[in-house]
Design a protein around this ligand. Structure first.
Ligand code: ZN
Length: 201
């Protein structure tokens, strides 16, 4: 039986103005297996995040902001399959980033074996080659799994973390709210919306 408890609250910033030179937008795991109903690990709200992410990417690209995609990727018999079943297997349709958010030339794609995009991946190398970047706008799925671990890992490295709440998706409202609360409370991230984000000219 579910217990009733009060949802945690956190401030939502109306307006966040970012320096395009110092910002990167990170799109976490917007892959067919997570976003599409035919996917192996479908997150029903992920489709709702596609349009806000696309809108954010349009603004970011127009301002010359670095765009980094993460791509969860597993081989044969990955230990994660024991937790989640087979998903985003290398070479399958499910592992591909959704067509609506297709990476463009100049974007970085960082494949990763686990929830945290900084673990066993090229993420630190990508960020070190853009040493002026000190702020990460983190979007994608799943809010309390790969988004939260990546936001936490970024914050522990002293990146400023911005999360537009309409551009992240979780399997339940509880997971969504708890993760956003944690990003605010523990990692001192800023929760906002895609419309709240603008880039300095
Ligand atoms: Zn995985």
């Amino acid at each position: 039986m579910a217990r009733l408890l009060e949802a945690p609250t956190y401030p939502v910033a109306d307006e966040v103005v970012l320096d395009p030179q110092r910002t990167a937008v990170v799109v976490v795991d917007m892959q067919n297996d997570f976003v599409k109903p035919e996917g192996k690990l479908y997150v029903p709200t992920a489709q709702e995040a596609v349009e806000p992410i696309a809108r954010l990417l349009e603004k970011a690209r127009a301002a010359g902001v670095l765009v980094i995609y993460t791509q969860d990727l597993h081989g044969e018999d990955d230990p994660e399959y024991r937790i989640w079943g087979e998903h985003v297997k290398a070479g399958t349709w499910g592992a591909e980033i959704v067509d609506e958010l297709k990476p463009q030339p100049g974007d970085e794609i960082v494949t990763k074996p686990r929830y945290d995009a900084f673990y066993a991946s090229r993420m630190e190398d990508v960020l070190r080659t853009h040493p002026q970047v000190d702020t990460l706008v983190i979007t994608g799925t799943v809010t309390n799994i790969c988004v939260l671990h990546t936001a936490g890992s970024a914050a522990l490295r002293w990146y400023k973390v911005i999360v537009p709440k309409d551009a992240v998706a979780a399997l339940s409202e509880f997971d969504q709210e708890a993760a956003l609360h944690q990003i605010d409370f523990l990692y001192k991230g800023t929760i906002t919306t895609v419309d709240g984000i603008s880039f300095q000219k």
